[in-house]
Design a binder for this molecule. Structure first.
Ligand SMILES: *Cc1c(COP(=O)(O)O)cnc(C)c1O
Length: 227
């Protein structure tokens, strides 16, 4: 028995519906539901999972790996794909071709590449706290250059993305507050933060785009070998 046999391919429609309703209820307790975009993170899940969620009127989906993204996007056209994973320069063109939004830009060179591709989708810059090593993202002192370069080159810069981390010098509420403050400082409307385990905290601190996987879909199947 392979490891993925431990999980059903995906949860029943009924269970997916219940989970989505539960998440919406939790959001409504903090902010108006209409101000929040739920991005359903489907990495590791089959196309059938995306189709089931779409039937529940979820149209925004997040993916971390270019090949998995491209393969799913080829099967489904009337949804919006959000790229949220580590960017490999050689794959940026293919990512740009199918993504409505890219959340994880972490270097000025990636911004330049994207501008050269005349990318018209939404662009987010990923931010990391200065204490964090080994995570992607602009350090705080590099962020202004990232913002200016994106704007000067005509990209549709809409927001920042932050991933809270226990290794960060900041605790999640402080880090989320920091990312929100940076959004406000640079006049950016969208704030992509909050995952299954911390989205309530992110919401309370000004998130607009939640990236939710397991809380909606259940345990993630072992990642397929797309990459
Ligand atoms: C996988 C992933 C998510 C979703 O994580 P869950 O804990 O399953 O909600 C969100 N954001 C990023 C950047 C991810 O890589």
């Amino acid at each position: 028995m392979s490891e993925s046999d431990n999980y059903p391919e995906h949860l029943s429609r009924e269970e997916l519906r219940n989970r989505l309703e539960g998440v919406k209820e939790r959001i409504s307790k903090v902010v108006s539901l209409s101000s929040i975009r739920i991005i359903c993170v489907t990495k590791g899940f089959p196309v059938a999972t995306v189709e089931s969620m779409r039937e529940l009127e979820v149209y925004d989906f997040g993916e971390n790996y270019q090949q998995e993204l491209s393969s799913k996007a080829a099967n489904l056209e009337d949804v919006r794909w959000h790229f949220i994973g580590t960017i490999q320069r050689s794959k940026l063109k293919k990512i740009a071709e199918v993504s409505s939004a890219i959340h994880s830009l972490s270097r000025v060179s990636e911004i330049r590449d994207l501008a050269r591709l005349k990318y018209q989708g939404e662009v987010f810059l990923q931010v990391r706290s200065d204490e964090e090593v080994g995570r992607n993202g602009f350090r705080l002192q590099e962020l202004e250059e990232g913002v200016d370069t994106s704007r000067n080159l005509g990209l549709n810069l809409v927001g920042l993305m932050g991933i809270a981390s226990i290794t960060s010098g900041y605790r999640a509420p402080e880090f989320f507050r920091l990312v929100r403050d940076l959004c406000d400082r640079y006049g950016l409307k969208r704030c992509s933060m909050g995952m299954s385990d911390d989205f309530d905290v992110a919401l309370a601190n000004g998130a607009t785009d939640l990236r939710l996987g397991r809380v909606l879909l259940g345990p993630r199947p072992t990642l397929r070998s797309y990459n």
